[in-house]
Design a protein around this ligand. Structure first.
Ligand code: HEC
Length: 258
């Protein structure tokens, strides 16, 4: 029998040697893993989809960062609210049809608050009522009349769509009538003008899109064309009646009899 086999000292030494070799291998393995990790030997390789996904995340992050520096949500809301408010406030009264005006709305209140206008002040002949008509005003009126002529005839002779303005007592009569017709339109139902019966069921639409100068010009023009002769209409007289815009079309009984 081999005497060394029974020697406990030798056995312990063999055990410790084994332990040492095991530790040495373990350390070498850890070293390899560590160096490998450092150089990325074991990193999972990206598929093309992964790579594309990464790029998308990067782009999104860039966009988010860029947007964060431009406008915050509150700032955008403030701007949008402001624009909407301005649009609503600037909505012209004239485009709202009278029957569409909501009771209690801003427009309704505005109309109700419109000061009662002294028509006699407008209809009292001005001191310069006999003054020659300014050709520049007639030019403005002539240009405006292109539209009117479509219904009233280019020479004011009248037609299927509008009564004659030539020789009309209304045209050479009180100025307030004519301004009201321009700003509110006219709806008389069946009428007789110089012995001829007319009926325009829809009446005449308001022409309030015209400026004060244009309304004054076209009225001065029709009062001094087609054989008519009457005093000029002034922009201030039109301005005085602007509060009437949006009210229903003028009815026959609202007109001052010429
Ligand atoms: C789309 C057709 C049309 C256009 C455009 C038009 N009118 Fe009229 N106008 C009428 C009709 C219809 C009447 C009669 C309405 C009624 O009696 O109910 C009328 C009536 C009048 C009257 C009253 C005439 C009278 O002796 O009874 C005057 C003044 C008048 N228009 C002026 C104008 C002027 C100025 C313009 C252009 C700025 C114009 N109109 C554009 C259709 C039109």
């Amino acid at each position: 029998m081999d005497p060394t086999r029974d020697n406990p000292l030798i056995r312990i030494k063999a055990f410790i040697d084994g332990l040492g070799i095991f530790t040495l291998f373990a350390v070498i393995l850890l070293l390899i893993l560590g160096v490998g990790a450092l150089f990325g030997w074991f990193a999972k390789t990206d598929t093309p989809d992964d790579a594309a996904g990464d790029i998308r995340y990067e782009i999104k992050a860039e966009i988010d960062a860029a947007q964060a520096t431009v406008l915050t949500e509150q700032q955008i809301a403030a701007v949008v609210g402001d624009v909407a408010g301005k649009l609503a406030a600037s909505k012209p009264v004239a485009i709202e049809k009278p029957e569409q005006i909501v009771p209690g709305s801003d427009t309704a209140n505005q109309l109700a608050d419109a000061p009662a206008v002294d028509l006699t002040a407008i209809d009292t002949p001005a001191e310069d009522a006999d003054a020659p008509i300014d050709p520049a005003v007639m030019e403005i009126g002539k240009a405006q009349f292109m539209v009117c002529g479509a219904c009233h005839g280019q020479n004011g002779e009248g037609g299927a769509a509008g009564p004659p303005l030539a020789g009309s007592k209304l045209v050479s009569g009180p100025i307030s009538n004519l301004i009201l017709i321009q700003l509110r339109g006219l709806k008389r139902g069946p009428v007789e003008i110089d012995g001829v019966a007319y009926n325009f069921p829809a009446g005449m639409a308001p022409m309030s899109y015209q400026t004060d100068e244009q309304v004054a010009g076209v009225l001065t023009y029709v009062r001094n064309s087609f054989g008519n002769k009457a005093s000029a209409v002034k922009p201030e007289q039109v301005e005085a009646l602007r509060g009437e815009v949006g009210k229903p079309q003028v009815a026959a009984e609202e007109l001052i009899q010429p």
